[in-house]
Design a protein around this ligand. Structure first.
Ligand SMILES: Cc1ncc(C[n+]2csc(CCOP(=O)(O)OP(=O)(O)O)c2C)c(N)n1
Ligand SMILES: [Mg+2]
Length: 315
């Protein structure tokens, strides 16, 4: 069952977390690189809300929201961005290499499109082991034209793997608009090429995303094979630090801000009489507190011990 208040809290946590990341990154306090998902929170939250604990996810270079939606501890996530020993990858991976198998979260990933290959492998394992696990792979509209996704979806279709490939159509691949880099209006139409189900939903509506994933996951668990779900959203943030967003107009951004998911769910919750203005303020303050605590935890955490530098190196 979709719980809108719970979805709101998760979206709020992701938004405040990502706003903090943008600030900390610009101040040079975050190690390595980082890509934020401001504007895309509803997709992450809608997907995670529809999954079961035994299910698995693979993520992208823009994965903090996916991880938080799946239940990551904001303190450990922030500690990873700070390169601290208490982080999910013990401070070695940073934004693009963090995972937690205990949460079924098989990693953010800096290789565009690789999330779908990883997920196909996990889905094959789930099928061979006879479990009822479903695997979701997030990927971007830019990534959608990568060969690895074509190969992975072809095999997944052939072997009827329990895989749901979720395309976050946020309009851009770095500075390239989807209209210049993707041959079709909707990535979901590419499902036809694999003989699998393809659908498009409003990625700024967590309930719509939830309902679509719930139905596809149910089908996947029953041996119905893979599916491709396109969630249409917008990357309100820049691609990464230093992006002056010269490839799009401020008018376009203003129009996107009018559709942004957090305001929309706040309006829906007030219209339904679930939360009034005072309650919204309490929820916002709670999210801000959690993010402040996460930063404090990261800052108070030790750097990895020099003696452990070779741990986890396999080559
Ligand atoms: C294999 C590979 N090619 C290129 C890159 C460089 N790169 C990093 S992010 C990105 C754009 C990805 O766009 P999209 O898939 O739409 O995801 P978004 O950034 O919009 O979330 C590219 C080309 C990479 N990391 N890996
Ligand atoms: Mg994109």
């Amino acid at each position: 069952m979709f719980d809108p208040t719970q979805a709101y809290d998760r979206m709020l946590l992701i938004r405040r977390f990502e706003e903090a990341v943008e600030k900390l990154f610009s101040e040079g306090r975050i190690m390595g690189t980082a890509h934020t998902c401001i504007g895309q929170e509803a997709t992450a939250v809608g997907v995670a809300a529809a999954l079961q604990p035994q299910d698995a996810l693979t993520s992208t270079h823009r994965g903090h929201g996916h991880f938080l939606a799946r239940g990551a501890d904001p303190g450990r996530l922030m500690a990873e961005l700070f390169g601290r020993a208490t982080g999910y990858s013990r401070g070695r991976g940073g934004s693009q290499m963090m995972m937690e198998p205990a949460l079924g979260f098989y990693g953010t990933n800096g290789i565009t499109g690789a999330s779908v290959a990883f997920a196909a492998g996990l889905a094959l394992q789930a099928q061979l082991a006879g479990t009822d696990r479903v695997v979701v792979a997030f990927f971007g509209d830019g990534a959608s034209s990568q060969g690895v996704i074509h190969e992975s979806l072809n095999l997944a279709a052939l072997w009827k793997l329990p895989l749901i490939a979720v395309c976050e159509s946020n309009g851009y691949a770095m500075s390239t608009p989807a209209s210049c880099g993707v041959s079709v209006d909707s990535v979901a139409t590419r499902a036809v090429a694999y003989g699998i189900t393809g659908a498009t939903v409003d990625g700024n509506d967590p309930r719509a995303v939830h309902d679509a994933i719930a139905a596809l996951a149910d089908r996947g668990r029953k041996g119905g094979g893979p599916a491709l779900l396109e969630c249409r959203t917008y990357r309100l943030s820049g691609h990464s630090r230093g992006d002056r967003r010269e490839y799009r107009t401020r008018d376009e951004e203003q129009a996107a801000w009018r559709q942004e998911p957090l305001t929309r769910i706040e309006q829906a919750l007030t219209a339904a009489g679930t939360l009034d203005a005072a309650a919204l303020e309490r929820h916002r303050a709670a999210a801000e507190r959690r993010v402040a605590e996460a930063i404090a935890f990261a800052e108070a955490s030790p750097m990895p011990d020099e003696d452990t530098v070779a741990e986890g190196v396999f080559a």
